[in-house]
Design a protein around this ligand. Structure first.
Ligand SMILES: Nc1nc2c(c(=O)[nH]1)N[C@H]1C(S)=C(S)[C@@H](COP(=O)(O)O)O[C@H]1N2
Ligand SMILES: [Mo]
Length: 206
C-alpha cells in the first residue's frame, strides 16, 4: 500500500480514475478547475480594436478583424491542458478557428519553420510551425461552453494541447513566421524551446 501511495504521488496519479491516467503526463497532477496564470494583469481588449496578424515569412500577410475571424470560426474540441507548474486540467472545451486555416490563408514560405506568437499584454512564445499545423491547435474564443473570460484571454487565445500551457498564448494578436528559432518570454527565462509535456520538456537544460 505504502509503495503504491508513494508511486502514485510520484507519477501524479493520485485521485485520477484509471481510464484517465494515461492522459496525464509524468510529474503532473489533475486539478478540477482551470487556474489563471497571468504574468501581468489581464489586458482589456475590445473586439472593435482587436486584430489578428500573420507576418514574417509568408506569401500573403493576413489581417483578420473580429468579423472576419467570426466568419471563419466554427471548430470545437475537448482537450487536456498541462501547465509546467504541474497542474493538468482534463476535458477543457474550446471553440474557435483552426490555426492551420489561418496559416493556409497566409501561405508560409518554404523557409518558414518557426513562429513567434505575440499577445496584447506584451507576452511572446515560440513554437515550431509543424506543431501549429496540428488539427487540435485553435485560436479559441469560447471556453467550457461560455465566452472566454478576460483572465483566460478574451477575446482570442491560442490553444496548443501538445505543449505545456505557457505556449497557449492568451490575448493573442499575431503570429510571426521565422526561419530560425528564437525564444519568447518564458523561453528566454529558462523554459524549454519546445515544451512537450510527454517528454517533460520543462526547462531548457532538460
Ligand atoms: N499572453 C499571455 N498568455 C499566457 C500567459 C500570460 O501570462 N500571458 N500565461 C501562460 C501560462 S504560464 C499558462 S499555464 C496558460 C494558463 O492559461 P489560463 O490562465 O487560461 O489557465 O496561459 C499561458 N498564456
Ligand atoms: Mo504555465
Amino acid at each position: 500500500m505504502e509503495i503504491f501511495r508513494r508511486m502514485s504521488s510520484m507519477f501524479g496519479y493520485r485521485g485520477i480514475p484509471e481510464e484517465m491516467r494515461e492522459r496525464v503526463p509524468a510529474g503532473q497532477y489533475v486539478t478540477p478547475k482551470m487556474p489563471v496564470m497571468n504574468l501581468r494583469s489581464a489586458p482589456r481588449v475590445s473586439t472593435a480594436d482587436w486584430k489578428l496578424r500573420v507576418t514574417g515569412l509568408v506569401e500573403r500577410e493576413v489581417e483578420l478583424d473580429w468579423d472576419a475571424f467570426l466568419a471563419l470560426a466554427g471548430t470545437s474540441e475537448v482537450v487536456d491542458f498541462h501547465c509546467v507548474t504541474q497542474w493538468s486540467r482534463l476535458n477543457v472545451a474550446w471553440e474557435g478557428l483552426a490555426v492551420s486555416t489561418v496559416l493556409d490563408l497566409a501561405s508560409p514560405k518554404p523557409e518558414a519553420r518557426y513562429v513567434m506568437v505575440h499577445s496584447s499584454d506584451g507576452y511572446t512564445t515560440n513554437l515550431d510551425l509543424e506543431a501549429l499545423r496540428a488539427p487540435e491547435v485553435l485560436f479559441a474564443r469560447r471556453m467550457d461552453g461560455g465566452p472566454l473570460e478576460p483572465n483566460h484571454g478574451y477575446p482570442v487565445r491560442l490553444v496548443v494541447p501538445a505543449r505545456y500551457g505557457w505556449k497557449s498564448a492568451k490575448w493573442v494578436t499575431g503570429m510571426e513566421l521565422m526561419a530560425e528559432n528564437r525564444p519568447g518570454f518564458w523561453e528566454t527565462n529558462g523554459y524549454h524551446m519546445r515544451g512537450d509535456p510527454w517528454r517533460e520538456e520543462r526547462f531548457s537544460y532538460a
